[in-house]
Design a protein around this ligand. Structure first.
Ligand SMILES: C[S@@+](CC[C@H](N)C(=O)[O-])C[C@H]1O[C@@H](n2cnc3c(N)ncnc32)[C@H](O)[C@@H]1O
Length: 494
């Protein structure tokens, strides 16, 4: 009996223990469910936000937000974590409907036009966002290459101007890049309410635009430098060899034991007219190297001190020559600095252009302008950009194509428009249309593949309301047909 009672007590105990364990497990399951539910909710929220974002970009649609979508989505995204919420501020309405034939850069066809309406869902009053922009002639358009296909990108690409050779993606303007971001400097033609009108564009119809920024040469172009920036201290430590000048040097020792060399030839290849070059901090004992035109320079000051005529025009021109020469020295030294193994070495050349009181402010300004243009020569660009192996083409029109073009009605034409005639919406005259076609074709818009493998194939592209057919021969492109684009999207004239 006793044993049986013990057994039933044990059984009751273990039942109670099991029941307790079941309760604990239920509780845990409930907690887990709650966690899972909130995780699923968070996941759904971010999927939804991403879908919105992708939808916006690919469908040209913006969700209606009660407040700025950027502000609203900031809870789901975090800039600090690299999640960058972007919302197109609008979509390009372009004279190019597809990639084929669209200029590779805005400079190719200044007649290529587009408009951009700021989306009402980004700002309650989109026109307010454009206030002040009319003061600028050019704007940067930052956009998404939305027709890139599968977002393929590679570290090395073959830009068309390199004719099949490869280079690193970041040394090119290829559309196929990690974030598919494009950057175009366009001419700002006019602003009407919430819409800007642009020319010189290389974007296709429907391109989502992320931002507009004014082009400010003072900030955006290294070519414009103030005199202050040009007049820098010369510190050129330890290494570079002074460039070889073939002028006559005279030498003297200065009070601080520096060597002063004066160059007086007007025949030097550098265009020197007169300058004193001080190589300070250098003892006479090391001067022997100078005999071989190799002067290790520790500090250089270039001064234009003499040989300037009293005629203002001549002064200007001579000072310009001098500045140009000084800037060349600067370039030379900076190049030496860049190629030097001496990591600490600095090469900043003083272009001290104070040529005395004799020079008027006008000549000084002129010198500055000249210096600025000289500075532009010091901006370096990959040689294939300026000296492409692909040459520009002569563009011809067959009589048939010319005839077809004359049927078109230009944009902005006052008076009665003929409903049957095909119309341009951006191009304002037939001459403009012809020039735009010429500009597009002379830059050879074919891909390298087409250029090399499909030589005898026809090439098609669209421009404004026209569908253009052409073929390419050795050094030329010939337009053979121009037809109106069927169901061409109506665009209000600019
Ligand atoms: C070489 S990219 C240069 C664009 C810009 N100027 C830049 O440097 O970022 C210009 C080419 O991109 C292509 N393109 C233009 N708009 C596009 C878009 N929305 N999606 C994909 N490709 C586009 C056209 O074929 C055009 O010739």
């Amino acid at each position: 009996m006793e044993v049986e009672r013990d057994r039933s007590d044990e059984a009751r105990d273990s039942t109670r223990r099991f029941q307790h364990q079941i309760t604990v497990m239920r509780q845990e399951i409930q907690n887990l469910r709650k966690h899972m539910d909130s995780a699923v909710r968070a996941h759904k929220k971010s999927v939804h936000a991403l879908q919105n974002l992708l939808g916006n970009i690919s469908n040209n649609e913006l969700p209606q937000h009660s407040q700025s979508p950027l502000v609203e989505s900031s809870t789901a995204f975090s800039l600090e974590k690299g999640n960058i919420p972007t919302v197109p501020i609008g979509y390009i309405d372009s004279c190019f409907s597809s990639k084929n034939g669209t200029p590779r850069q805005p400079t190719i066809c200044s007649l290529s036009r587009a408009k951009l309406q700021i989306n009402r869902s980004v700002f309650n009053n989109p026109e307010h966002s454009l206030i002040g922009l009319h003061q600028y002639s050019h704007v940067w358009i930052i956009f998404v290459f939305h027709k890139n296909g599968h977002m393929n990108y590679k570290a090395k690409v073959k830009p068309p101007r390199l004719n099949g050779m490869k280079t690193g993606i970041f040394s090119t303007r290829s559309p196929h890049r990690p974030n598919a971001i494009g950057l175009t400097l366009a001419k700002l033609e006019q602003i009407k309410g919430d819409t800007i009108y642009l020319s010189g564009i290389d974007m296709i119809q429907g391109t989502p635009v992320l931002d507009i920024k004014p082009y400010i040469p003072e900030y955006d172009s290294p070519q414009l430098k103030s005199m202050d920036q040009l007049t820098k201290n010369v510190i050129c430590q330890d290494f570079p060899l002074f460039p070889t000048f073939e002028g006559e040097f005279s030498e003297s020792e200065t009070e601080d034991n520096s060597v002063k060399r004066e160059l007086t030839s007007s025949e030097t290849p550098e265009g020197f007219l007169g300058a004193s070059v001080y190589c300070s901090g250098e003892s006479r004992s090391s001067r022997s190297e100078y005999e071989d035109q190799q002067c290790p320079v520790s500090s250089i000051t270039c001064e234009a001190v003499s040989h300037l005529d009293t005629q203002p025009a001549a002064q200007i021109s001579k000072e310009n020559h001098l500045l140009s020469a000084l800037l060349k020295i600067k370039d030379y030294l900076n190049e030496s600095a860049a190629s030097s193994k001496n990591e600490d070495a600095k090469a900043v050349v003083e272009t001290d252009c104070s040529v005395g009181d004799a020079l008027s402010e006008k000549s000084r300004t002129s010198s500055l302008e000249h210096a600025a243009s000289e500075e532009s020569a010091s901006t370096t660009v990959a040689s294939w950009v300026r000296e492409s192996p692909v040459s520009s083409l002569e563009v011809r029109f067959t009589p048939h194509a010319e005839n077809a073009l004359s049927d078109f009605q230009p944009a902005n034409q006052t008076g009665a428009t003929h409903p049957r005639r095909p119309a341009f919406h951006y191009l304002r005259s037939l001459d403009e249309a012809k020039d735009a076609i010429k500009a597009v074709l002379s830059a050879d818009p074919r891909s390298v593949y087409r250029r090399t493998r499909c030589l005898d194939q026809l090439f098609y592209f669209t421009l404004d309301g026209a569908h253009i057919t052409c073929w390419f021969g050795e050094g030329f492109a010939e337009v053979v047909q121009i037809k109106p684009i069927q169901n061409h999207q109506e665009m209000p004239a600019m």
